[in-house]
Design a protein around this ligand. Structure first.
Ligand code: FEO
Ligand code: CA
Ligand code: CA
Ligand code: CA
Length: 602
């Protein structure tokens, strides 16, 4: 065991011990209270949760499944709208007795169950209030409270809006789409609207055409090259058996309507969300925003796939009082860039602009709409750097950005480069970018590796941490991240089914970025078994921290505690957070406060 550099740490808390058990843990001196669970009513007219008799109509008014991004739009101190993404569903722990479905035929999935799944996706927006006791609770009576689901009507903005490739039989104008799916991380704009990133949208599309190996056969599809690059159809869900628009044999353009950044006005439940196509179409992990030193809006967004890219958006205009509004042109007029990390420690941001460089008609890009729809194919032509799965990216006001590269077990020794230096990387790493002149809208900058993750005591892992980091402090597979009001970096992890490699549950860590302790990490919170940690989001001048525990009891559980990976409803690895024999584990948002009500980690 190594000594802990607590004396000099900028994170003033006593480090938690690492481990893995059925419940969550927080550093001494802090509360970590359950704020909202899957199924909790969030509107005034929502029925109470009845897990044995769930319906789609009930689910559409209750908190959805697998909470991921958490944002907060403050109305006044101690009151505001919580904004939470619901990334995906785990049928084996949602529906009693169903078990894990075989994705060839989904024999147990009825239309009723599919419709519950669709209502459990999307997002939740609802008022929360801080009481005199310092505890937060839901105010169900705010009429602005709403669920956004896979069937909520929304519109498009930007170059692909109304384009032929977005038209379907239900929407001959290509301007109106139902729903948002697989909303992973996200962001809040400087003016308080909520950005939901559509990540693994490909998984929801269906085909009845299978090849001899049982894999989707898209050879007859007119857009086969694009579909192949995006992994469409993934056939992860049975939705296309009951909803024609998710069947590409019937609606080949429907997948072109997903994979965007979606903007929601948390204060106006009547405003249809907007899919901003100018920000590109890929497996958007998140959409964290900042205002650059020249006043422009900048949004960092990774494409979470092995060997895919890091992007950023720069608005054409500076942010003003007039344009800092829902549906702003700041999200439709500007330039999308993709990163090339050069081996000399510089980064170039390559513009994805039709007619520039290789993005020409000859190469299949007829207009900026094609660049917006086939962003991955455009970035391929520009020579962007294939990364180890870019997850969340977090800008800080000083022109710095942190890029989470979660892992990439498929990188071969001949594919390593300076920015992705380890073959078969199981543990991931974090890159720090310093934009030129401290300006987030710059098209060049420098980069360095902040940490190479994994166990520093196992030589073949090749980890790099500050040597003062304790056995509890190192982590694997960084996923989400946040900056608190003091400018400090916090990292949450998602080891997925690979957590048995470390034996540690996923958690939240404070990671030093400056001075002698740069690369020093401390464990603050950890998840119950089989859950990953999402959020994190600091609000209330860093007196409140929202965390989202996703899929408790499911991920990689067989390896360590003797349950099958896909535990039956009757025999889960944990029943967190209810610990009631008739309740499965439930994804839930946790709210962290200091026992004395003070600023966290100060
Ligand atoms: Fe949904 Fe890339 O995590
Ligand atoms: Ca993620
Ligand atoms: Ca992840
Ligand atoms: Ca996840």
């Amino acid at each position: 065991a190594k000594a802990q550099g607590a004396a000099a740490s900028r994170y003033a808390f006593d480090e938690l011990q690492w481990g893995n058990d059925t419940t969550h843990h927080i550093a001494d001196g802090y509360n970590a209270d359950i704020l909202v669970r899957w199924g909790d009513p969030i509107t005034a007219d929502a029925p109470d949760f009845d897990v044995m008799n769930q319906t789609a109509a009930a689910q559409a008014k209750q908190f959805g499944y697998n909470n991921d991004y958490v944002g907060f739009a403050e109305i006044e101190p101690g009151r505001g709208m919580l904004c939470v993404n619901h990334e995906y569903t785990n049928e084996e722990v949602m529906f009693p007795g169903l078990g894990r479905q075989d994705n060839q035929d989904f024999a147990g999935m009825t239309k009723e169950l599919v419709d519950i799944e669709m209502a459990a996706h999307g997002g939740s927006v609802f008022e929360i209030v801080k009481g005199a006791d310092g505890k937060w609770s839901i105010n169900r009576d705010n009429p602005a409270n709403r669920r956004i689901t896979a069937e909520t009507p929304m519109t498009f903005s930007g170059p692909a809006a109304g384009h032929d490739r977005l038209k379907t039989s239900a929407d001959p104008e290509g301007m109106r789409v139902l729903g948002t799916i697989n909303n992973c991380a996200g962001g809040m704009t400087p003016w308080g609207t909520y950005l939901m990133a559509e990540e693994n949208f490909h998984g929801y599309f269906w085909t009845d055409k299978l090849d001899a190996d049982g894999d989707p056969d898209i050879s007859e599809q007119p857009e086969a090259a694009s579909m192949k690059r995006y992994g469409v159809p993934g056939r992860w869900y049975a939705w296309g058996k009951y909803h024609d628009r998710f069947n590409i044999d019937l609606e080949p353009n429907e997948p072109n309507r997903f994979g965007y950044i979606v903007e929601v006005d948390p204060m106006n439940p009547d405003a249809p969300p907007i899919k901003h196509t100018a920000l590109g179409r890929f497996r958007h992990e998140g959409a964290e925003t900042t205002v650059a030193s020249d006043g422009k809006l900048v949004i960092y967004s990774g494409d979470d796939n092995r060997f895919d890219y890091q992007y950023k958006w720069v608005s054409a205009e500076a942010v003003t009082e007039e344009n800092a509004v829902f549906g702003s042109s700041l999200l439709s007029e500007g330039t999308l860039y993709v990163a090339r990390f050069n081996d000399d420690g510089t980064v170039d941001w390559l513009p994805l602009v039709h007619g520039e460089g290789p993005l020409t008609v000859e190469n299949g890009f007829n207009s900026q709409a094609d660049v917006s729809i086939d962003t991955r194919l455009a970035a391929d032509l520009l020579g962007a750097t294939p990364m180890d799965r870019p997850e969340d990216a977090q800008p800080r006001g000083d022109g710095t950005a942190y890029i989470m590269l979660t892992n990439n077990s498929r990188r071969q020794p001949d594919q390593v480069d300076a920015a992705n230096p380890r073959p078969e990387s199981n543990f991931g790493h974090i890159i720090e970018i310093k934009e030129e002149g401290g300006n987030h809208s710059a098209t060049t900058g420098t980069w360095s590796i902040l940490v190479l993750c994994g166990d520093p005591d196992v030589e073949e892992v090749g980890a790099m941490w500050n040597p003062e980091t304790s056995d509890a402090g190192w982590f694997a597979s960084p996923d989400n991240c946040a900056i608190d009001s003091a400018g400090r970096l916090w990292i949450s992890t998602d080891q997925g089914s690979g957590w048995g490699r470390t034996g540690k549950s996923d958690g939240l860590y404070g990671l030093e970025t400056e001075g002698d302790l740069r690369g020093h990490s401390k464990l603050f919170f950890r998840c119950p078994v089989g859950g990953e940690l999402c959020g994190p989001y600091f609000a209330d001048e860093s007196r409140t921290l929202f965390l989202a525990v996703q899929h408790p009891g499911t991920d990689g559980v067989s390896a360590m505690v003797g349950f099958e990976r896909n535990s039956t409803f009757e025999d889960p690895a944990t029943r967190w957070p209810d610990f009631h024999p008739a309740m499965p584990p439930r994804p839930s948002v946790v709210v962290v406060t200091k026992e004395d009500g003070g600023v966290i980690a100060v």
